[in-house]
Design a protein around this ligand. Structure first.
Ligand SMILES: *[C@@H]1O[C@H](CO)[C@@H](O)[C@H](O)[C@H]1NC(C)=O
Length: 378
C-alpha cells in the first residue's frame, strides 16, 4: 500500500532536465544531458549522460525515500521499487525531451509504475458515451474584451489545494472545486465542500451504459457528480463530511446540512475562446485531461510535442495566462492554470500549467460549468 501524500513533506529534490530536447524521435533520449538541480534551485555540477544518471540512481533513490517518507515492507519490495524508480528516471528524461518548456524529474510518484499511478492517483472514467439527463449545452458567449490574464485565485473563488491520497477520486475534487467557485459567485462565501459525500453516496451511471457509474476510489465523472448533486439536493461542507480517502464507508449524507446546491450544469464546446469566456463569467470549470506527463511534472508550462487525448484525470481550470517564459525553447507560451488534487507539495504549489491553443492532452475535450443555487446561511 502506498502512503497517502499528506505524509510527504517536501518537493522533489532532483529535477532532470534535458538539453537538445528537440531531438525526441526514435530512441535518441540517451543523448540528453542531465542536470541535477538541488533544493536551492542551483545547479549541482555539470552535465552527465543517461548512464551516469543510473549510476547515481542509488543515491537519488535514498534521497527520494527520505524526502517522501517512503519505506518498504521487504527487501524484495525495496528492490522492486528501486527498479521502478530507475525506469522513472529514464521516463522523466524522456518527458523532459518531449516537454522542454516544463521541468520534469523525481516526484512523490517516482516509485510507481505508470499503471499503478493511473489506478491510484487518477480516477476519471475515460469512456463517456452519454450525458446525464439534466446536462445542458452551454450557450455561446461573447469573447471580445476577455482579459489577457485571469486567475480565480485572485478573486477568492478557489479553496486550498486538497489531496485525494491513493484513491482514484479526482473526479470528486474537480466537481467540488467547480461548485465551490459557483457557490462563491452566487453567495459571496467560499465554502470548502465534501468530496467524501460524492465518494460514498454518488453512484450515478452513464445513461447510455448502465455498468459505467461513479464508483468512489475506482473513478467517476464530473457531469455525473453534478447530476447526483442536483438530485440529492446539494453537498455538505468539507468539515461536516471530511475526506477519508477510502470508499468502504456507508453514505452519511445529512440533508439538513447542505451547504451548496446545483442550479444547473452545462458542457462547453471544444473551443478555447468559449472555455475562457465561460471561465471568466461562471467561475472555475471542471475539466478532464490526460495526466501522463503529470507523474514527473515539477513546474513550468507543460506543452508536450505529443500527448494522448485519452482523458484519465479530472481537475479544475481556475485561470489562464497569456505568456510564460519557456527557458529552453525561448518562447512565450499562453497557458491554462489548473488546480490539481495531489496536495500542495506537488507541481507548482499543487497547480499545473498546461499550454493553451491546441487541445494539448485533451484539455478542451471535457469541460463543464456548474451554477449554484444561493442558500441563505442560518
Ligand atoms: C443556470 O442557473 C443560473 C443561476 O440560477 C442561471 O442564471 C442560468 O441561466 C442557468 N443556465 C441554464 C443553462 O439554465
Amino acid at each position: 500500500m502506498v502512503k497517502c501524500f499528506s505524509l510527504f513533506v517536501a518537493l522533489s529534490l532532483l529535477a532532470v532536465s534535458a538539453i537538445g530536447g528537440d531531438h525526441f524521435s526514435g530512441d535518441g533520449y540517451g543523448d540528453s544531458i542531465i542536470r541535477q538541480v538541488v533544493d536551492d534551485g542551483g545547479v549541482n555540477g555539470g552535465g552527465s549522460n543517461g548512464d551516469d544518471l543510473l549510476l547515481g540512481a542509488e543515491h537519488h533513490f535514498s534521497v527520494f525515500k527520505q524526502k517522501f517518507g517512503k519505506s518498504y515492507a521487504s527487501k524484495e519490495e525495496h528492490d522492486h521499487r528501486f527498479r521502478v524508480f530507475k525506469a522513472n528516471l529514464r521516463r522523466a528524461q524522456r518527458h523532459q525531451a518531449l516537454d522542454p518548456s516544463a521541468t520534469h524529474g523525481v516526484t512523490q510518484f517516482s516509485d510507481l509504475t505508470p499503471s499503478e499511478f493511473r489506478r491510484l492517483f487518477l480516477g476519471l472514467r475515460g469512456r463517456r458515451l452519454g450525458l446525464p439527463v439534466d446536462a445542458n449545452k452551454a450557450p455561446i458567449l461573447p469573447t471580445d474584451g476577455l482579459p489577457t490574464d485571469f486567475d480565480w485565485r485572485d478573486h477568492g473563488a478557489v479553496t486550498e489545494v486538497k489531496n485525494q491520497g491513493s484513491c482514484g477520486s479526482c473526479w470528486s475534487f474537480s466537481s467540488t472545486g467547480a461548485l465551490e467557485g459557483a457557490n462563491f459567485l452566487s453567495s459571496g462565501e467560499l465554502v470548502s465542500l465534501s468530496e467524501q459525500q460524492l465518494v460514498d453516496c454518488d453512484h450515478e451511471c452513464d445513461p447510455e451504459e448502465k455498468g459505467s457509474c461513479d464508483a468512489g476510489c475506482s473513478g467517476g465523472l464530473m457531469n455525473s457528480a453534478f447530476e447526483y448533486t442536483l438530485k440529492a439536493g446539494g453537498l455538505m461542507k468539507e468539515k461536516d463530511y471530511p475526506y477519508t480517502g477510502t470508499d468502504r464507508g456507508a453514505c452519511k449524507f445529512d440533508k439538513t446540512k447542505i451547504a451548496a446546491s446545483v442550479a444547473n450544469f452545462s458542457v462547453i464546446s471544444l473551443d478555447e475562446e468559449q472555455i475562457a469566456a465561460n471561465l471568466v463569467k461562471n467561475g472555475p470549470l471542471a475539466i478532464g485531461i490526460n495526466a501522463v506527463f503529470m507523474q514527473t511534472y515539477i513546474g513550468g508550462v507543460s506543452c508536450p510535442y505529443i500527448c494522448s487525448k485519452h482523458l484519465d484525470h479530472g481537475v479544475l481550470l481556475v485561470g489562464y495566462g497569456s505568456a510564460a517564459y519557456a527557458p529552453i525553447r525561448m518562447k512565450e507560451k499562453p497557458y491554462w492554470i489548473i488546480k490539481n488534487s495531489w496536495g500542495a507539495k506537488w507541481g507548482e504549489n499543487g497547480y499545473y500549467k498546461l499550454c493553451r491553443g491546441r487541445n494539448i492532452c485533451g484539455v478542451d475535450s471535457m469541460v463543464s460549468t456548474v451554477a449554484a443555487v444561493h442558500i441563505t446561511s442560518n
